[in-house]
Ligand binder design. Structure first.
Ligand SMILES: *Cc1c(COP(=O)(O)O)cnc(C)c1O
Length: 480
């Protein structure tokens, strides 16, 4: 496919205007010379060429709107288009972020009500909507942990993370100046309490945990874990990026968590990937409310206002009030589903994952054979005996027209294949995917070369294998 610059011809334009019927002025008289660019390097193409070029490019991509996307760890589900329409209503879209509070009462009410709903879902006492992503929420959460211990004049230097944790957890810890310590998982795939006791002491500011954890398993000993942590006055943080497993079923606040971040772009109706905008609200228990970022939203005598008066606050962590359009979509999604609808989200997320896991477990090694939550982890180690790597299995899925799941993560499972079907998929889609996975398992037995050389350009996916090493060393960004 040619670049749009290569399609251009000198003088070709997208629109033709009628002759000017008022006296012309030179552009140099209207705009200061030093603000003028001497030559704009733009492709010279007609309107239809532009439309075809970009429409073609869009079909070269793969997304949730074109097919199943079973990405483990990072929910890639379908988001209702109606919520995009609601976020585009002029009253939301055209509201200036510096608008006077009195003239932005509707927006403030929406944000305040969203905070209340998130408190109810998670069992927390206060929320900030400022962070722009999950990792940003983690950073905000740990900054509050730090501010809290500094306020108490206690020196704590360490953060504990499980060996299955999402990479952003230790990264946020170190960005916040903490040393991170890893705690091992037991043979059931959950936190090993004996190991936890070994590393938990009064140097530890916070234990960051995901429940369900990164293997898609519920941490059944969570009450003991939070009691152990609180016994040392260590705070516990819930990485709530994947809340679709718990909605309306269980609340991290009731499990003893002190802080949680959510990913609105994953769980609450904003697509994720592609660079944003996203939103990672953070919820806290009462004792941490004074440290929340400012401004916060207050309601006084039926009027909403922004409150900057919180001396212990960690301050502002994002321009304005967070990514407002994402908040609108989350609010519309939550109000449309209501409590029963949210519960159904979790029921279907968990049902779909268990259904697929049961269908696949006699063909692929299942390291933790127990009921999973919204996702599960297989290992390609049986296929590796035939020289077929998990990477090859993922590539072969492209031949069958599917996006590959997350592979080689979490790190504690060798040849990991991490699958999250999500609640938005039908049984027929899950069956088609299972059928492709089963076919690949058989091919790995009977014709390993076929899998190892995939994807094949003649197959449904129409892709060939990239030379990943050369692509990394000498990137060639042209499409030939
Ligand atoms: C996606 C994810 C994150 C990070 O969220 P970003 O918005 O990508 O920064 C953190 N933890 C878990 C478990 C996740 O799935």
């Amino acid at each position: 496919m040619k670049l749009i610059f290569e399609k251009g011809r000198p003088g070709r334009v997208g629109i033709s205007l009628p002759d000017c019927d008022v006296p012309e002025k030179r552009i140099e008289e209207l705009i200061p010379r030093d603000s003028l660019r001497s030559k704009l390097n733009l492709p010279e193409v007609s309107e239809v060429e532009v439309v075809r070029h970009y429409t073609k490019l869009s079909t070269r991509n793969y997304g949730i709107d074109t097919g199943f996307y079973p990405l483990g760890s990072c929910t890639m589900k379908y988001n209702p288009k109606v919520n995009e329409e609601i976020a585009k209503l002029p009253g939301f879209k055209s509201l200036h972020p510096l608008q006077n509070e009195k003239l932005a009462q509707g927006a403030l009410e929406l944000m305040s009500h969203l905070e209340q709903i998130l408190c109810e879902i998670t069992g927390m006492d206060g929320f900030t909507l400022q962070p722009a992503a999950g990792a940003h929420g983690e950073l905000a959460g740990l900054m509050m942990v730090k501010a809290c211990f500094e306020h108490k004049k206690e020196k704590r230097t360490k953060i504990i993370v499980p060996d299955s944790s999402h990479g952003t957890n230790p990264a946020s810890a170190s960005l916040c100046g903490y040393e991170s310590i890893t705690v091992k998982s037991n043979e059931r795939g959950t936190v090993d309490l004996k190991e936890l006791k070994k590393v938990l002491n009064e140097d530890v500011a916070c234990f960051m945990l995901t429940n369900p954890n990164t293997l898609g398993l519920f941490e059944e000993e969570i009450l003991e874990i939070s009691a152990l942590a609180h016994n040392k006055r260590t705070l516990i943080y819930c990485d709530g990026a994947n809340m679709n497993a718990l909605l309306g079923m269980a609340r991290p606040g009731d499990m003893g968590f002190d802080i949680i971040h959510l990913n609105l772009h994953k769980t609450f109706s904003t697509p994720h990937g592609g660079g944003g905008p996203g939103s990672g609200p953070v919820g806290v228990k009462k004792s941490l409310i004074p440290f929340l970022p400012r401004p916060s939203i207050r309601k006084e005598k039926d009027k909403y206002r922004l409150d900057y008066d919180s001396p212990l606050s960690i301050g502002r962590i994002k321009s304005f009030y967070g990514n407002f359009s994402v908040l609108v979509k989350a609010y519309a999604y939550l109000r449309a589903l209501g409590p029963e609808g949210l519960r159904e989200v979790a029921e279907n997320a968990v049902l779909n994952a268990n259904y697929l896991m049961e269908k696949l477990k006699s063909y692929y090694h299942l390291p933790f054979d127990r009921i999973c939550m919204h996702e599960f982890v297989l290992s390609g180690k049986r296929q590796l005996e035939k020289g077929v790597y998990t990477n090859d299995i993922a590539k072969r899925l492209l031949d069958y027209g599917f996006h590959a799941p997350t592979i080689y993560f979490p790190l504690i499972v060798s040849e990991a294949i991490m699958i999250e079907p999500t609640e938005t998929e039908s049984k027929e889609t899950l069956d088609e995917f299972a059928e492709a996975m089963i076919k690949i398992a058989k091919e790995a037995e009977e014709n390993p070369e076929l899998v190892k050389t995939s994807p094949h350009p003649s197959a449904e996916g129409g892709r060939s294998r990239l030379d990943a090493v050369t692509a990394a060393r000498k990137p060639n960004l042209r499409w030939k």
